[in-house]
Design a protein around this ligand. Sequence first.
Ligand code: GUN
Length: 289
Amino acid sequence: MYKIIDGRKIASEIKKEIAEEVIKLKSAGKKIPHLAAILVGNNGSSETYVANKVKDCEQVGFRSSVIRFSDEIAETVLLKKIEELNNDSDVDGFIVQLPLPSHISENKVIEAIDPQKDADGFHPVNIGKMVIGLSGYLPATPYGIVELIRRYNIETSGKNCVVIGRSNIVGRPVSILLSQKGIDATVTVIHSHTKNIKDIVSQADIIVAAIGSPGFVKGEMVKEGAVVIDVGATRLESTETKSGFRLAGDVDFESVAPRCSYITPVPGGVGPMTRVSLLRNTLMAAKKK
Ligand code: GUN
């Protein structure tokens, strides 16, 4: 029988730990951590993500602010706001919620963020530090995935790990973290040009699915006893929910779960852990001051 990796439960444990740290900072007369989020346009998923991040901040006792712009904002105006936040000593860390409208260069925006305030861990300086094993801010989702694996005492050393997807914010960085000293997995990255995907996935002890293609991983591709981490969170229309949509993972849960030792659900698996990573990075930024 498979076990569910409960991201909500672990995230709530970590939030308690962070809240205790905030109380300690307060009683030592130190500044309370402050996370800011820039939200451009009104993409439904982004609205939800940012609203949840604000809620998380409230729960642990952080301050938070949301800075909104219309999706017609000029790139120069956004870059100027980032410069302002870089120089605002009241803000410890901030994020720019992605995706951005197509007339704005995401790379330029990410590179404009002060690496010391890069709560998402997306800046090339932080990615570079991660690659060579130096301490810095880790990208939020990969950080959350590794923490889930660690808190469930899942063995990674020498295990075959297959990462499906090579995005800058999940697939690529998580593949690097999993092969790092101390985690020690043997990692294969699958992407759109990979041949024999099914054969490769079926060799995996640990599968991380991060391509944004609902139900991509099917039971017949999964080895008995594998650990499956589902990063997919595609919004699909649904008549069964109040909001009118539901989140769909990259894993066909029904056929995959019975073959697994551990599996993350969607929602309630990786998502809450991504948000907690953001809090951890912000706390680290505030403590550095
Ligand atoms: N869009 C999807 N995931 C993320 C994330 O972790 N951070 C930001 N800033 N945008 C995202």
